[in-house]
Ligand binder design. Sequence first.
Ligand code: HEC
Length: 127
Amino acid sequence: MKMKLLALLFGSALVLAACGGDDNAGEDTDTGNNDTGTEQPADDENAGGDTGAVDTAAAEKIYQNNCSMCHGADLSGGAGKDLREIGAKYNQEQLVDIIHNGIGGMQGINISDEDANTVAAWLATKK
Ligand code: HEC
């Protein structure tokens, strides 16, 4: 029983750690990174290469910080639209464009190209 609880706690600590796993990429000169300093890079060595595979942990962090207040923590929408199947409507490139330039009643979101790419790649898989 107790072990199970510990495992659970440890598990969530790992998830949190994974979210900060991009520290080693050395790219972010912008202020968007709210590093707490407590996380460790876990074992995701792919964090440096930002083409190809979707960095889900990083994307979710960017989403929670910049989009969730309007689109819902679970993508289900709110002030903004439901994004749960947004990948069926727009590809990554179009999503980057929407993030930077806005669409309809949504203003452009002021995040770096890299962050926009990361979150767009992730959203493009939602279909
Ligand atoms: C201030 C609130 C707000 C924030 C923050 C916001 N959005 Fe939006 N978003 C909206 C609204 C409102 C719409 C609907 C615009 C319209 O169609 O008139 C929208 C529409 C969209 C659409 C198009 C949806 C569709 O079905 O056509 C996408 C994609 C989108 N947002 C992605 C994002 C992403 C990604 C972020 C974070 C980087 C973000 N939004 C942040 C309010 C927001």
